[in-house]
Design a binder for this molecule. Structure first.
Ligand code: GAP
Length: 455
């Protein structure tokens, strides 16, 4: 089964307020504010029991699609701390800055690139109409750290401001330690750190976050072909895991946004209540990164084609996206409050793609005071646990248990009732349509595996 075969019941629902997701995440153990008992730290979050399962599934699916399913792509995991010269070569020490202005009245702080031109020209606060400071202040986003313990001998360096630099640093090692040839790619998923001056909107703009990158190395003559290939591949990848397929689009960068070496760049954007926002960037990096690291390190990173003997500096197609933005966008995409026909509380349901859902199946004995039902349910749960994330639940009535599972996006609930004891069948209830099917216990593992896996 492939992920595209999942066809959820998609309703034309309004865009979900971020607050609803923040509250669900806290209540059901997806995301907590970091250091909350000390008052929290702006732009830093922890992931709870449900969050870590969802994140792992998102990462694993990306890794499978990008690395394991491409013969010409390999993976690495680089360090968070690198030699400080890396950030000189990359241009981050010089250029990785945000310009800020402050409102003299309400004391709010704005990034200059986030203000409307009229507000900027007239120095007008977009929130309270007060006066903005005229001269923007400049802040570097790199987070400093120090290596060594002896004062005076400590070396200042940085937590990586973008994860992809490790790929350029390891490019030559990967080439020499594997039998891969250009065109090929290197992937990595890893944390990045930015002293964002205006962190906010929950996971959207954080100070510690996770990126996934592909850097694909090509001959200059083949740049356009591979740029087009990865651009389409990444777009279709996101389309495959979204319910609301009208909420994703490409935005081509205008000429004045492009880096001097880039012929083209596209953002994949997702529409939330905040408007259209960047999710992933597809970048034409030419030979900028390898040339700069060759120059700053003194190591020649050019490539010699083993067949033609042509020597050249490889060009790079980059696809760089955020694990946290994927996590947030998927929750926004999946969240729905469905009115209850009996007029009770609305049903909150996360219509997550089953292969990404944190819990795949819940096993529920109809009554907890009937020993045979409980024993059979626990036995089924133990067997399923070897294959997928399964939860056993016998607290409260069956309707409430279904609701609890709907809220965390569990695609299947298996109920063990009195008929089970007679004919060894169970009821499988599906989350989106709430249909119920009678399945033999012996067929249950295969039935579920076919619906919750991607391979
Ligand atoms: N190597 C290219 C690069 O880092 P970027 O556009 O700065 O490009 C790539 O970042 C992706 O990382 C973004 O598309 C976004 O999904 C994610 N991202 C960037 N800054 C973020 C932040 N402060 N919080 C959460 N995710 C962020």
């Amino acid at each position: 089964m492939t992920q595209t075969e999942h066809k959820p019941e998609v309703h034309d629902t309004p865009l979900v307020p971020i607050d609803k997701i923040v509250s669900l995440c806290k209540r059901r153990g997806f995301v907590y504010p970091n250091s909350e008992i000390y008052g929290g730290v702006s732009g830093i979050y922890d992931f709870g029991p449900m969050g870590v399962e969802l994140r792992n599934n998102i990462r694993r699916y990306w890794w499978w699609s990008m690395v394991q399913n491409h013969d010409n792509v390999l993976g690495i995991e680089g360090a968070i701390i690198t030699h400080p010269r890396v950030w000189e070569a990359s241009g981050h020490i010089e250029n990785f800055v945000d310009k800020l202005v402050d409102c003299k009245k309400c004391k709010r702080r704005f990034r200059v690139d986030h203000l409307e031109p009229a507000n900027l020209e007239q120095h007008l606060c977009p929130v309270c109409g007060g006066e903005l400071t005229a001269e923007p202040r400049v802040f570097n986003l790199l987070m400093e750290t120090y290596l060594g313990v002896v004062e005076g001998e400590r070396m200042k360096t940085y937590l990586r401001g973008e994860a992809c630099q490790d790929i350029y640093l390891d490019y030559d090692n990967v080439l020499k330690s594997s039998r891969i040839q250009i065109p090929f790619g290197i992937c990595q998923i890893g944390k990045a750190f930015r002293n964002e001056v205006t962190p906010g909107n929950f996971l959207f703009r954080q100070r510690e976050f996770e990126q996934w990158d592909l850097q694909f190395f090509v001959h200059p003559d083949e740049m356009q072909k591979w740029f087009d290939y990865w651009k389409e591949f990444r777009y279709n990848w996101y389309m495959g895991i979204l319910n609301h397929k009208d909420r994703i689009r490409f935005r081509e960068h205008a000429p004045d946004e492009l880096a001097h070496y880039a012929k083209q760049a596209y953002d994949i954007e997702y529409q939330t209540i905040l408007g259209w926002q960047e999710w992933e960037g597809i970048h034409w990096r030419q030979d900028w990164d390898l040339s700069r690291h060759s120059q700053y390190s003194g190591q020649d990173l050019s490539y010699t084609d083993p067949n033609t003997k042509e020597r050249y500096m490889p060009w790079i197609v980059e696809t760089s996206g955020g694990v946290d933005r994927t996590f947030l966008n998927l929750l926004l995409d999946a969240y729905e409050e469905e009115p209850d026909p009996a007029g009770k509380e609305p049903r909150t349901v996360l219509r997550l793609n089953p292969m990404l859902a944190p819990v795949k199946v819940a096993v529920l004995p109809l009554q907890k005071n009937k020993e045979e039902l409980v024993t059979t349910a626990k036995d089924i749960h133990k067997k399923l646990q070897r294959l997928m994330v399964s939860q056993y639940d016998d607290i409260q009535n069956i309707g409430r248990r279904y609701r609890r599972q709907d809220e965390i996006g569990t695609p299947y609930c298996v109920t063990i009732d009195f008929q089970t004891l007679d004919d060894q069948t169970v009821t499988v209830r599906e989350r989106d349509r709430m249909t119920q099917e009678r399945i033999a216990i012996s067929e249950l593992p295969m039935y579920l595996l076919q619906r919750v896996s991607w391979q």
